[in-house]
Design a protein around this ligand. Structure first.
Ligand code: CA
Length: 231
């Protein structure tokens, strides 16, 4: 069970969703405008925020930016359009995941659990830091450095890199990345992986044409490998 804040102005969506999420064991609070939602997010400190992008007083993306400036609370965006660029923009603005309307409470609940599972903390124990050549990936601090310099990644880029790092040297398929990193089934949306891979490459100072760490295996997937090994 989690404490959720649902920021959604449409009563026909909000009322049944609040009820369904409560039935699934969550404690759910709701706000109908961006400004009350922002206030509630800061005052009540929910475990996760579900944010509708189309709000009456302020664009949901604007609210996301304001929230991100002051809070690391996980955010799942609810968008009416299955628009790749829009989705990429909200993920880059700091959303942890998204659902496309119309979505079911079961879908949203699965996303909520997935986002909270990969959230900060995690099991204690041995240092899980992965070092590949000059690349250092610290899953606990969610920090990455390259040749000693910090690399700023979005949450999704980090998750993508972390997953590849968990399988160093192996080819990981796009299907697996979509399932494991995005928690969405394979089919048609494989550009999502390509788009995030290209951003990740840019931040690591490389390209698909001149790879150092991230090597595409055409038609199969991608693998993370040390430049000393991969050439
Ligand atoms: Ca709306």
């Amino acid at each position: 069970m989690a404490r959720l804040l649902l920021i959604e102005d449409d009563l026909t969506i909000r009322t049944p969703l609040v009820r369904a999420l409560r039935e699934r064991g969550h404690a759910v609070a709701a706000a109908s405008t961006a400004m009350t939602g922002l206030r509630d997010a800061l005052d009540d400190r929910p475990d996760l925020v579900v944010l509708d992008l189309g709000l009456p007083d302020l664009d949901g993306r604007e609210l996301l930016r304001m929230l991100r400036a002051v809070s690391a609370v996980p955010v799942i965006v609810a968008t009416a359009r299955d628009d790749e660029r829009e989705i990429v923009r909200v993920l880059d603005a700091g959303a942890d995941d998204y659902v496309v309307k119309p979505f079911t409470a079961a879908q949203l609940d699965a996303r909520v659990r997935a986002v909270l599972r990969r959230g900060p903390g995690g099991p204690a124990g041995a240092d899980p830091t992965v070092v590949v050549g000059g690349l250092r990936i610290d899953p606990r601090a969610r920090q990455v450095s390259l040749d000693g310099e910090p690399v700023e990644l979005t949450p999704r880029e980090f998750d993508l890199l972390r997953h590849l790092a968990s399988r160093v040297g192996e080819v990981v398929t796009k299907r697996e990345l979509l399932t494991e990193v995005w928690q969405i089934p394979y089919g048609g949306a494989d550009k999502t992986v390509d788009v995030h891979l290209s951003w990740l490459r840019r931040k690591l100072g490389e390209s698909a044409q001149q790879p150092r760490y991230l090597h595409t295996v055409r038609g199969v997937g991608v693998r993370l490998i040390s430049p000393e090994v991969g050439g």
